[in-house]
Design a protein around this ligand. Structure first.
Ligand SMILES: [Zn+2]
Length: 213
C-alpha cells in the first residue's frame, strides 16, 4: 500500500483515505494541490466528477476536455476542462496509461440494458453519486450529474464506432495524479459493478491522496 506513495513524505500529505469497494467519496482539492488515486488491487473503475468548489455550476465537461486535446482517452498531459472551458486539473502522472471519457456511470437502467432485468436493482455508480450528494450538503441533486470520467477503465472505440467494455489494463499500485488549477470538489463512485469485465467482476478499494509539494 505504500508502493505508490513512497516518494511523498508524511508532512506533504493533506488528506489520505482508503475508499472501500463500492463506496462513494467526496472531498475538496485546493488550487495547487495534487490529487492521486491509487488502484490498490488493480482493475478497479473509479467514476469521477469535478466541480468548481466555489461555484458548482461550473463542472467537468467531457466535451470541452475531448475537444481541447483532440483525443478521447486521458493520460499524462490531459487537461480536464470545465463547461466554461477553464482548465480544472491537469494529469501530471499516470502509471496506468489510459482512462475513459465516454462510458459514463453505471445505473439501474444500464444494468438492465447491458445485463438483464434481474440486475436492475444491483448497486450502481449513479446510486453512489446520489448517496454522496445527499450526505454532503452542497445543494446538488441528480440534475448535477453529468458525463463522468472512469479512471482506470478501458473502453476502446472499435473501428466501427462501437464502445467495447474491455478487460482492465491497470494493476495493483498503479495510480493517476492530477494537479488542481482551481479549488475543486471531487465526487467519486468507487464502482460497485459486479457484471463488467473492466473491474474483473470484482470491485476493490482505492486510495485517495491529496498532497502539496
Ligand atoms: Zn459503476
Amino acid at each position: 500500500m505504500t508502493l505508490a506513495t513512497e516518494q511523498i513524505s508524511d508532512n506533504q500529505i493533506v488528506h489520505r483515505e482508503v475508499v472501500k469497494a463500492g463506496d462513494p467519496w467526496m472531498h475538496v482539492v485546493k488550487a495547487g494541490q495534487k490529487f492521486r488515486i491509487v488502484d490498490l488491487e488493480g482493475n478497479q473503475a473509479v467514476d469521477t466528477l469535478f466541480y468548481n468548489a466555489n461555484d458548482t455550476e461550473e463542472r467537468y465537461s467531457a466535451t470541452d476536455t475531448i475537444k481541447g486535446q483532440g483525443n478521447i482517452y486521458l493520460t499524462t498531459g490531459s487537461v480536464l476542462r470545465s463547461n466554461l472551458n477553464n482548465p480544472m486539473l491537469t494529469i501530471t502522472e499516470d502509471t496506468c496509461g489510459r482512462h475513459d471519457t465516454l462510458g459514463g456511470a453505471c445505473s439501474a437502467e444500464s444494468n438492465t440494458v447491458r445485463y438483464s432485468i434481474d440486475k436492475r436493482h444491483m448497486h450502481s455508480c449513479r446510486d453512489s453519486f446520489l448517496t454522496a450528494l445527499s450526505k454532503w450538503d452542497y445543494g446538488m441533486s441528480k440534475r448535477d450529474l453529468s458525463s463522468n470520467i472512469n479512471f482506470f477503465m478501458n473502453v476502446p472505440v472499435s473501428p466501427e464506432g462501437h464502445l467495447d467494455f474491455d478487460d482492465g489494463i491497470s494493476a495493483p499500485g498503479r495510480y493517476v495524479e492530477m494537479t488542481a488549477h482551481m479549488d475543486t470538489l471531487v465526487l467519486v463512485s468507487n464502482c460497485p459493478q459486479l457484471n463488467n469485465p473492466c473491474n474483473g467482476y470484482n470491485p476493490t478499494p482505492v486510495e485517495m491522496v491529496i498532497w502539496e509539494e
